[in-house]
Design a protein around this ligand. Sequence first.
Ligand code: CAA
Ligand code: NAD
Length: 309
Amino acid sequence: MASLCQLVSRGFCSSAARNTVIKHVTVIGAGLMGAGITQVAACTGHTVSLVDVSEDVLKKSVQGMEGSLRRVAKKKFADKHEAAEEFIQKVLQNVSVSTDVASAVAASHLVLEAIVENLKVKRDLFARLDKLAPEHTIFASNTSSLPITDIASSTSRQDRFGGLHFFNPVPMMKLVEVVGTSATSRETFDSLLNFSRSLGKTAVSCKDTPGFIVNRLLVPYMMEAVRLYERGDGSKEDIDIAMKLGAGYPMGPFELGDYVGLDTIKFIIDGWSAYNPDNPLFAQSELLNKLVADGKLGRKTGEGFYKYK
Ligand code: CAA
Ligand code: NAD
């Protein structure tokens, strides 16, 4: 017999629940993405609990948000220093940080995960969260490349689970990919779309396919640039200049790789090549593997394809 999900048109499950208006968000993972998402949510009037396993990361994350907010305030308020300071403090008042995930999720409309790109680690986290968060709480993952279905199946709330894929740097990038699985309810999907719009972002709807839209196109392009360089067909610098001036990209592929994090790129490629070893677009790169093995992960470690001060 066909399941209810299969019977519902547009690929969404029906549910009697009404759309959840998302006001309080818990963001798990205070790295590059978690900090950016927290900042943007707090800027748009949401209250945010930011959780990480490390107090030190949380401290650095708040410092990073403050730095980024100063850049935003500089544009918004020009020379009005008092107004800029007031804006920054008001935004930061919307954020609380914690290493205690249980208390953070207790009153959340949405729990958004932005931890390491590893299926088992994400599944373990969500299985635990499923027992801690209220029934109505929606779960979402910011995964770059993993199937949302595989993450969601670690919980008993697959109808209240979707993907919310943000882009780095979150305060500047205008897009969010909203991902629905075959089990995501229409109400959940709409709540996630509305939440993305409430952040001032443009949302696109995506199916739960590898890399959704952007990364399915962007990551093979970046890997192709690495292969071009490995073959000796162009220097990193020339390839970066060529793509900026010849194709209008704001960053060249090596600059972008360092910006995103080479570990993240490697996690994505490792996952896709394991699922689909015959696809040459997903082939491994010796250079990328070596850089990651040497801890040269890009800007965040001070060296990747390039060196940073
Ligand atoms: N926070 C706040 N403001 C920022 C900012 C940040 N993190 N970064 C840039 N800005 C603003 C500031 O106002 C800044 O001016 P100041 O330096 O005076 O503060 C202004 O933008 C200009 O910034 P920059 O001079 O640093 O350089 P830029 O004009 O090149 O803009 C950029 C920076 C927005 C990052 C741009 O280079 C860009 O769009 N790069 C491509 C990014 C991209 O492709 N991201 C997607 C990656 S893929 C991904 O995220 C998905 C995945 O799953 C891996
Ligand atoms: P990151 O390494 O900067 O941060 C990850 C953070 O998660 C770390 O601070 C770590 O301490 C924390 N963490 C790990 N396990 C945890 C747990 N169980 N509970 C709480 N915190 C935990 O990584 P990132 O670049 O911010 O990426 C996070 C996610 O976002 C990944 O899934 C990645 O694929 C995705 N993503 C990354 C980018 C990018 O450009 N870097 C863009 C879009 C999506």
